[in-house]
Design a protein around this ligand. Structure first.
Ligand code: ATP
Length: 435
């Protein structure tokens, strides 16, 4: 009896008659014999059609179908030393499920370089390439590994609202929406809500959810919608507790990707290295110095920027470090909810960079109501607008800290991919709202 098999890579000699389905990747007609390469999610399998041995009608119709047409084929499995799988199928019948139009909007196996825009406009076709699809197999695994790593450490997974009355990261990057005639905003991060939860007794929470930033920046690292992996934890003694939690979680996730994602890494011809621990703790001033020694002229208080981060990444990579924290930021450079470092111009905030790019920001939060409201006033924020947040600080708030990691940035840096869009199925940026 034919087995309906949706994983061609498991077909083996001795299976007898099988049924496989997939896309026609390629057809080679050599006169007396034709070969059709059929592709599914897991790989390709060769259909071999010796003209004299298969039904002439079947031969004529199967070998002339357009590339990327979808078929279901039943046939006999034969051993073969000519194919990677060690088997081939001699078809005895087939069903044409859907015929592909010609020409294709872009090739699947052709070696020509296709522009990113063409790829994203035809993402369904782009994703038929195993090495492109593998990124999303790995992303799915990464989400699973993060969930496991966090639950193992007693974090509760939460979902906070994505529409709200105010933002956490400053007005300039808020998307405004019409909420039944009232202004509302898409969440830039779950910052305020995960902090509120610290006062609820759920003392370790995490979330992986979309974050929206109305940033009109056309770079290879910014999009307007990304998945933010946020963690927040109470009862910390210092932000060092948060940083070592990140190191632990990263270790589990990256080891898991290497071990459980080996098949997909192979499809991409990539390997991931496990960052050396402890991750070095650089200060912001160290980084300014490195950036300036590398040709920039940044002043104290300036943002390191894409170029500065890149230079620091090069210096650290020469020392053998892919991941490193940057600490001792000037307090006015970081958001209002960060704790200031008394008696200094700095604050308890850090960035985590990977190979020359920021992938996370975090720190210890100001949990003392009076200090927090004073800092908000200095930032010219109207505390009335944040009453829902501030209430949680008035009736008992533990010391706490946390982080936000852009999971697409993390994944593309681990995989050495050139653009954050490579890890987003349907990216959104200032010039892309569809597909
Ligand atoms: P950058 O300075 O690189 O624009 P940011 O300081 O605005 O980042 P945070 O607000 O600290 O970023 O957000 C935490 C993390 O979320 C970042 O380290 C990054 O991984 C991710 N992130 C932030 N903005 C974006 C974006 N526009 N596109 C993709 N990921 C982002």
């Amino acid at each position: 009896m034919a087995v309906n098999n949706r994983d061609s890579s498991t077909v083996k000699a001795g299976d007898g008659t099988v049924t496989v389905s997939g896309w026609i990747q390629e057809t080679r007609n050599l006169g007396g014999i034709s070969f059709v390469i059929l592709r599914d999610r897991h790989g390709t399998i060769q259909l071999t059609l010796p003209k004299k041995k298969v039904d002439p009608e079947l031969f004529a119709s199967l070998t002339t179908l357009s590339r990327e047409s979808v078929v279901t084929v039943t046939g006999e499995v034969k051993e073969s030393n000519q194919t990677d799988l060690g088997v081939e199928i001699i078809p005895s019948s087939f069903t044409l499920e859907s015929e592909a139009a010609v020409p294709l909007p872009m090739g699947v196996v052709d070696k020509v370089n296709v522009e990113m825009d063409t790829r994203l406009n035809n993402r369904f076709m782009d994703l038929r390439k195993p090495e492109v699809r593998a990124v999303f197999e790995l992303k799915s695994l990464m989400v699973r590994l993060i969930t496991e790593a966090m639950e193992d450490r007693d974090f509760v997974q939460v979902n906070t609202p994505k529409i709200g009355a105010s933002g956490a990261e400053g007005g300039a990057t808020l998307f405004k929406v019409d909420y039944f005639g009232k202004p509302a905003y898409l969440a830039q991060s779950p910052q305020l809500y995960k902090q509120i939860l610290m006062s609820s007794g759920l003392d370790r929470v995490f979330e992986m959810a979309p974050a929206f930033r109305a940033e009109n920046s056309n770079t290879n690292r910014h999009v307007t919608e990304f998945i933010s992996f946020d963690g927040e934890m109470s009862w910390i003694e210092s932000m060092e507790d948060v940083m070592s939690m990140i190191e632990d979680v990263m270790d589990s996730v990256i080891t898991g990707l290497k071990e459980r994602g080996a098949k997909w890494l192979k499809a991409m011809d990539k390997d991931i290295s496990i960052p050396k621990r402890p991750y070095p703790r650089l200060t912001y001033s160290d980084c300014l110095e490195m950036a300036n020694a590398g040709g920039l002229s940044l002043k104290d208080g300036d943002d390191l920027g894409i170029e500065g981060e890149k230079i620091v990444g090069e210096v650290m990579s020469q020392k053998g470090y892919d991941m490193y924290f940057i600490t001792e930021y000037p307090e006015e450079a970081k958001p209002f909810y960060i704790m200031e470092k008394d008696g200094t111009p700095y604050c308890y905030s850090f960035d985590l960079d990977c190979k020359g790019q920021e992938i996370s920001s975090g720190g210890q939060r100001e949990h003392r109501y009076d200090r927090l409201t004073a800092r908000m006033q200095r930032f010219d924020l109207d505390t009335e607008d944040f009453a829902f947040y501030l209430d949680a600080f008035r009736y008992g708030m533990p010391p706490h800290g946390g982080w936000g990691i852009g999971i697409e940035r993390l994944l593309v840096k681990l995989l050495d991919l050139p653009n954050v869009r490579e890890a987003i199925l349907f990216p959104r940026d200032p010039s892309r709202l569809s597909p």
